[in-house]
Design a protein around this ligand. Structure first.
Ligand SMILES: Nc1ncnc2c1ncn2[C@@H]1O[C@H](COP(=O)(O)OP(=O)(O)O)[C@@H](O)[C@H]1O
Ligand SMILES: N[C@@H](CCC(=O)OP(=O)(O)O)C(=O)O
Length: 367
């Protein structure tokens, strides 16, 4: 499709995640100039016909800029206070900035629990589908005011991965304060950006410095793990520098030479239910341990369901339809699935021949 400047872009449907570090100045306050520049770029892409979902951090930073004086607070309280004030200010800014381009945007606040059941998942999907159909740009963030401690996403990278898969986007662009993933310390002049990461098992952990940057929550390692998982589901993931001028149009042009790290997508995308299950580890209610033979069968190229005969132990209580984690005979987590019946019935059937599968192949996701 052609835009005003006749630029050809690579995708028609993208999710863009703007990280805390992109939107935050050194003193922790919101960088409105950067925000405005990114809105201009998104507006340009939107006008060229690309459907865009924005996952934007910045609520806490925005609240911090607003409430210069406040009582002494612990970490949870300050996050709740800053995000309550900051999210209102953040979305208001986006609203005004997009309005200058004649574009409507809408707010979607969510939390981990909203992905836990298939029904909640589909409700959220419907909300964003309807926004896109009506030319509205969804701006998604975690509902930081009530999502605390164990209910929280690791960070907005995890949330953006869930959104990109749920909405069947062609690409997820993760904008951070760095050009991509370096093959060493980013501060070392000998390090260079890894431009392409092929699908499959690549261990990048030796490259990643574990210290976190000033305002990011998860760090580069979570970004990589999420990126690989999303790419396995058939979506291209690009990590690029959101602080660079005109980064989005430059990055997405056909034949772009812009420096970034690109995770190449798998050509075999799983079904929509399997994608949901793949991102459900945080909501698993039980643990299913299986023997070596069952492990080998499940990992074989054939479409095999998990039968009670291969189960050795069940930990935890779950209902029919809940997500459970699967462990091999070496107690290593190998995947997730949706239980076809509850834990009481499953326990009674352990090791039995001829019983119905506890996890049907269609509801089984292996790492
Ligand atoms: N090998 C690496 N390549 C690139 N960045 C790295 C690497 N190791 C650690 N990092 C750090 O990861 C940071 C980005 O992650 P994060 O703090 O989560 O950002 P964001 O807020 O944008 O999500 C970078 O600023 C960088 O300091
Ligand atoms: N939801 C929070 C940001 C959460 C977060 O983890 O951000 P990031 O480090 O950009 O992935 C906020 O709006 O301030």
């Amino acid at each position: 499709m052609k835009n005003e400047k006749s630029v050809l872009y690579q995708y028609k449907r993208i999710a863009v995640k703007i990280g805390s570090n992109v939107l935050t100045r050194k003193d922790g306050t919101l960088d409105i100039t950067r925000m405005s520049a990114l809105v201009d770029q998104i507006a340009e892409l939107h006008k060229s016909g690309i459907e865009i979902i924005l996952i934007s951090s910045g609520a806490v930073a925005s609240g911090r800029s607003e409430l210069k004086e406040h009582k002494k607070l612990d970490a949870v309280s300050s996050r709740q206070l800053f995000s309550a004030v900051g999210q209102a200010k953040l979305i208001n800014r986006y609203y005004e900035l997009f309005r200058e381009h004649g574009i409507s945007c809408g707010q979607v606040l969510t939390m981990k629990e909203n992905f836990a059941t298939r029904r909640h998942y589909l409700n959220q999907k419907h909300c964003m589908d309807i926004m896109l159909e009506n030319n509205v740009i969804p701006i998604v963030n975690e509902n930081d005011t009530i999502s605390v401690t164990e209910l929280m996403f690791t960070d907005n990278d995890e949330l953006s991965g869930l959104i990109a898969t749920m909405m069947d986007m062609e690409a997820l662009i993760i904008l951070s304060n760095i050009d991509g993933i370096y093959n060493g310390s980013p501060d070392d002049p000998k390090s260079t950006v890894i431009t392409e990461i092929k699908n499959g098992k690549n261990d990048l952990s030796s490259y990643i410095q574990t210290h976190k940057s000033s305002f990011g929550r998860g760090g580069m390692l979570t970004k990589c793990n999420i990126a690989r998982k999303v790419a396995d589901e058939g979506i291209t993931v690009i990590i690029a520098n959101g602080k660079k001028d005109n980064i989005l149009p430059d990055l997405l042009q056909i034949g772009s030479k812009m420096v970034c790290t690109r995770f190449l997508p798998s050509s075999k995308a799983p079904s929509s239910v399997k994608k949901w299950i793949a991102h459900s580890a945080g909501f698993a209610k039980g643990e299913i341990y299986i023997n070596q033979c069952a492990t080998e069968m499940l990992l074989s190229p054939k479409a095999i369901s998990l039968l009670p005969i291969g189960i050795t132990q069940i930990i935890g209580d779950f209902e029919k339809g809940d997500i459970v984690r699967i462990f091999n005979h070496k107690n290593e987590a190998i995947g997730l699935g949706r239980a076809s019946f509850d834990s009481n019935k499953a326990r009674k059937l352990i090791g039995q021949q001829g019983a119905k599968p506890l996890i049907h192949y269609d509801y089984l996701y292996l790492d």
